[in-house]
Each structure stands twice: as C-alpha cells, then as structure tokens.
Design a protein around this ligand. Structure first.
Ligand SMILES: C[S@@+](CC[C@H](N)C(=O)[O-])C[C@H]1O[C@@H](n2cnc3c(N)ncnc32)[C@H](O)[C@@H]1O
Length: 360
C-alpha cells in the first residue's frame, strides 16, 4: 500500500523532477523488499493517499542535505550546487537512511506536506481581478471592489501577497506591481476576463493553517525549501524571492483548522469590500467532517451577502482525470450566484490556461 503511494507520487512528479521520481521509485522497491525504508516509514503504513507520505519522505531527506548533514548525497542535489546521477543516487541515499533512521521517521511524522508554492499567486491574481470586477458590476459600481483575502491552509502565507508581485505575461506586458522585487513569469495562455490594468487593492489579508510555517525563522524557511523538488531550480529561485517579499510585510497566519476560523471571520458581512475565501492544494488534507462544516459555514455566509457586502470563493485544487490530475481555478460569487471555471494549469500554478466557462 505505502509502496504504491510512493509509486503514484513518482508518476505525478516524474515529468517535472527526475531526481524526486527516482528517489520515490527506489524507496518503493526498498519498501517492497523490507529494506531500511521500511523502518524509516514505520508507523505511517496506513497514511491516507492525500497526505502524500512519499513527498514527506523526500522532503525529510532534502532537509538533511540543506542542513549540510548528508555530504555524500549532496552531490546529487542541484539546490546545493550538485548534479544528479540517477544511476548511483540510491547507493548514496542508503547510508543516510541507515544513519538518520529515527530522525527521518520523526520528521516525516511531524510534518504535513508544506509546499507553499508562490507560483499559485498567478492564477490567484487573475481570479481576484475577475471576482472584484464582477462584484462591482453586480453592485453597479464603476471601480472594482477592494478585496479582503482569507486563505485556508495558508502555510507560511506566501500567497497572501498576489497584489505585490510583477507578473510578466509577455515581453512588454506586466501586471500587478511592476516595481515589485519579485517577478513571476506566469506562462499564461489566454488572459482572465478582466481589465488587468485596473489595480488590485487588497485591504486585508490573513490566513489559517493546521500547522503554520513561521517564515521569520531559519527552521521555517528550511521546511518550505525542503518541499521544493531539488532539481527544479526555477521553483527554488521563486521560493527564495517570495520569502524575501513576504518578509517585508508578513501576513498573519493563525494556527487553526478552517471551520472555526472561517466562522469568526464570516459572521458579519463587511460592507464596501469583496470578501474572498481562497484555498489551493489543501482540500485533500482536510477531514470529511471539517469539509462539511466549512461548506455549511460558507453557505450561511453566502445567504447573508449583499451587493454592497459581497462574498466569493476562489479555489485552485486538483481533480483526478483519466489522464492524471488537472488543477482547476473555480470561482463562486454571492449574492450574484455566479459559478465559473476560470481555467486550469499546472500543479504549481504555472503554466496556466485562462478559459472561462460556467461551472456546475
Ligand atoms: C500543500 S500545502 C499548500 C499550501 C498553500 N495553500 C499553497 O498552495 O501554497 C497544504 C497546507 O494545508 C495545511 N492544512 C492541512 N490540513 C489542514 C486543515 N484541516 N486546516 C487548515 N490547514 C490545513 C497544511 O498545514 C499545509 O500548510
């Protein structure tokens, strides 16, 4: 079962990260033959697929490399200047697994997947523009609504700053904040159905997370970095830029599961702003009971929304299709009752294709 989850994870990242895919496949073989990986993963044999134990395993190894505590393995890791040799990789992993068995097992158990991916700010930025302008049209306003952004499963809060990033959509086409120290190439096909030259104003931003990451600490930054696939240097650079940007004015992320936190914030409609509830690649980790409660809280808040105190739900989550996974950007607005699929893209938000249609 666990070996199968490792194999599935290898399949999901294989086209993007040969290093991670190889680690996962070799570890799956080792699990099947009762090797040292069995001891590293002891206690997690029944972990749910959604908790992605394979990625917690590769992140725990990556962290040892980043801390300089696995020098024999570091030569395969581009994140620390190495170059992967996939044929000999596992030979260099085995001594690390033997030496750090207990520590690795502890770390794999203590962490949930903490991929706080700033690339997802690009679909978020476009989705917020659509939502703010759509709500303004419903209310008969000429200017888009300012946004109050509430994120469930915000991790370190790196995606709470979508208005502060420069999105270079083409050589001569920059959206967001052109003076930002953080420039993203969003790799867009098509464009959101919104006027992107209008400024996106976020007047309030906060998140919650079951296990928030404190980006002001070395430990927090290492946790986030360890979840980047080590041979994806563009993502590595993106994360470091996002960390620097967020550190200028960190957004609060409270330790909480979604329902209670959301209930407090949605109890009373807030006039003259569009309240947006946002989550990306979180739903799979949330328990069925919390999901049901979250939906009920949102439905009650939706019933209280008015044209002058509107509410929106914006999500970027995976859907299994017959060819693998598709990540879709979905928007619901109240009181208008619009339900839109804005487009779809890669798991990390880039590339992304804008193609607006109704969502049933
Ligand atoms: C894969 S990360 C995604 C982080 C962020 N949304 C992003 O897209 O970059 C999943 C996050 O969900 C959080 N999480 C998992 N279960 C949760 C729950 N029940 N309530 C709130 N956050 C949760 C985890 O701690 C983790 O930070």
């Amino acid at each position: 079962m666990l070996a199968q989850l490792f194999t599935d994870a290898a399949e999901a990242c294989g086209g993007f990260s040969p290093l991670t895919a190889t680690l996962l496949l070799k570890a799956a073989d080792d699990l099947c033959s009762g090797g040292v990986t069995t001891r590293v993963m002891a206690g997690y044999e029944r972990d749910r697929m959604g908790t992605v134990p394979g990625l917690r395993f590769t992140a725990a190894l990556h962290r040892l490399v980043l801390e300089g505590r696995a020098p024999g393995l570091a030569k395969h890791y581009p994140s620390v200047g190495g170059s992967p040799h996939l044929e000999t990789l596992w030979d260099d992993v085995l001594p690390v697994l033997h030496e750090h068995t207990d520590e690795l097992r502890g770390r794999i158990g203590a962490t949930v997947v903490q991929t706080n991916e700033p690339g997802r700010s690009a679909p978020l930025f476009g989705g917020l523009q659509v939502a703010a302008q759509h709500a303004a049209a419903v209310a008969g306003r000429r200017t888009p609504f300012p946004v109050r952004l509430l994120e469930i499963g915000a991790s370190a809060g790196l995606n709470l700053h979508p208005d502060r990033i420069a999105y270079r959509a083409a050589e001569d086409e920059v959206h967001g904040d052109p003076d930002s120290p953080f420039t993203l190439d969003p790799q867009w096909t098509g464009r959101p159905e919104a006027d992107l030259t209008r400024p996106l104003r976020i007047v309030d931003r906060e998140g919650c997370d079951l296990n928030p990451v404190d980006l002001s600490t070395e430990d927090g930054r290492l946790t986030l970095s360890s979840f980047v696939w080590a041979d994806q240097l563009d993502r590595w650079d993106r994360l470091q830029s996002a960390l620097e940007l967020a550190a200028l004015d960190p957004a609060p992320v409270q330790r909480a599961t979604g329902p209670n936190w959301l209930a407090e914030r949605l109890a009373t409609p807030v006039p003259d702003v569009l309240t947006v509830v946002w989550h990306s690649v979180v739903w799979q980790y949330v328990s069925p009971a919390d999901r049901a409660e979250g939906r009920a809280i949102l439905a009650a808040a939706a019933a209280r929304a008015t044209p002058e105190a509107p509410l929106a739900l914006l999500v970027y989550e995976p859907r299994r299709t017959h060819t693998g996974y598709e990540f879709r950007l979905l928007l619901k607005t109240w009181p208008a009752g619009a339900s839109l699929r804005l487009g779809s893209g890669g798991g990390h938000g880039i590339p992304f294709t804008w193609e607006q249609q109704s969502w049933d």
